[in-house]
Design a protein around this ligand. Structure first.
Ligand SMILES: Cc1cc2nc3c(=O)[nH]c(=O)nc-3n(C[C@H](O)[C@H](O)[C@H](O)COP(=O)(O)O)c2cc1C
Length: 374
């Protein structure tokens, strides 16, 4: 066991203690600890390399994913840790989210990149605000990676928040070209970060977003000189009524799929799914920072929305050519099976991944595969 695995295992067992601390102290401690842990994790390449068996691999969007699950965007913002998760057996990798300009992210009350776990609820909140080194720096890093077969490399991008819309979209298009030139295998357009201005679309398809999608369709999708799927990530708060229109709009413009989805800001609605022992911390964090809620409370929403997206892609004639990727509350083999049962072939996880890493260490993907087959 590496020191990082030992620490994660201990943290996993003691995590409930965070909720017993005064909330402001819990936020301060966990936010600093998370940043320090992420740095160590990114260099802890397992000695043993796990290759998932061929029968769990998925061919989708013209790419081979050796298993139907990988780490969600936002975990490796600087393009780090590909060799870590590839050695663990992940089905793919995604860097970012990056923006056109370097962002330092959110700081409030002296807390940089506020985040907390709700250990008893298998959930977490963050209000990080997309800290990142910019498209160019991360694309340059991805260009140097040695690809592991069946573990495609993705990039997550977003328009720079707070800029004039025309400037933002022009810089976004440039950034997507940088990733195309860097040789990435797919791009995820993040339209759903609740922690920066401009992402909280009141309507799922507001005028700014439609213009951005049109620009990307004509300046990126239509100009692809090689196979490069582009998918768009929406919130798990997207309304069931609006989602079919979103799927149709993406398909019509040549996007290759949708990720459903990102964190939630429906704090009051999800409060019932937060364990009483975590409630003081939850109420403090959502009242002080707001932020995005991740983990188990999103499980049924992500599954239901993916079901709606699957029906919508059939209705608009896209069929399998338009991929529906589930993200939100995925915690392991049972969720992957539930996704498959409604026709969803690919999944991503964030909170569930770190819980599973706390239990299984670097054997995290091996463990999922063995449960998928049992
Ligand atoms: C600390 C943290 C940072 C995140 N940063 C990003 C990000 O930069 N880009 C993005 O698309 N999603 C980001 N997310 C959202 C996750 O990718 C995912 O959509 C969300 O956590 C729901 O999945 P989960 O329930 O498996 O955690 C972040 C989530 C967390 C917890």
């Amino acid at each position: 066991m590496s020191a990082v695995e030992r620490f994660a295992s201990l943290e996993h067992r003691l995590r409930g203690v965070v909720s017993a601390l005064p909330p402001a102290i819990a936020v301060r401690l966990f936010s600093a600890g998370r940043t320090a842990f992420a740095k160590r994790f990114a260099t802890d390449v397992p000695r043993e390399h796990y290759v998932p068996p061929a029968d769990v691999s998925v061919t989708a969007m013209g790419l081979t994913f050796r298993m139907p699950l990988w780490n969600a965007a936002g975990m490796f913002k600087g393009g780090e840790a590909y060799d870590v998760v590839a050695a663990q057996g992940a089905g793919a990798y995604v860097a970012g989210t990056t923006t056109s300009r370097v962002r330092t992210g959110n700081v409030r009350d002296g807390v940089q990149w506020p985040a907390v776990p709700y250990a008893n609820s298998h959930a977490s909140s963050n209000w990080m605000g997309l800290p990142n080194a910019g498209h160019r720096a991360v694309a340059s890093r991805l260009a140097t990676l040695t690809r592991v077969a069946g573990c495609p490399i993705g990039a997550s991008v977003s328009a720079e928040p707070g800029l004039d819309a025309d400037v933002a979209v022009a810089e976004l298009v440039d950034g997507m070209h940088m990733y195309a030139d860097a040789g990435v295998d797919y791009i995820e357009l993040n339209e759903s970060c609740p922690n920066v201005p401009g992402h909280a679309h009141r309507e799922a398809l507001d005028a700014d977003l439609v213009r951005r999608l049109d620009m990307i369709a004509s300046h990126v999708l239509a100009k692809r000189s090689r196979h490069l799927p582009v998918v768009v990530k929406f919130s798990n708060d997207t309304s069931v009524e609006q989602l079919p229109g979103v799927v149709q709009a993406l398909h019509e413009r040549g996007f290759n799929g949708i990720v459903v989805g990102n964190t939630s800001t429906r704090y009051a609605e999800h409060a019932a799914l937060i364990d009483q022992r975590d409630r003081a911390l939850y109420d403090h964090f959502t009242a002080t920072y707001g932020g995005g809620l991740s983990g188990a409370p999103l499980r049924s929403d992500s599954l239901a929305l993916c079901g709606v997206a699957i029906a919508a892609r059939t209705a608009c004639g896209a069929g399998d050519a338009f991929e529906v990727i589930r993200c939100g509350g995925v915690a392991g083999a049972d969720d992957v099976a539930a996704s498959a049962a409604i026709g969803v072939r690919l999944n991503q996880w964030y909170v569930g991944y770190f819980e599973a890493f706390g239990r299984a260490g670097h054997r995290v993907y091996r463990d999922v595969v063995s449960r998928m087959r049992s």
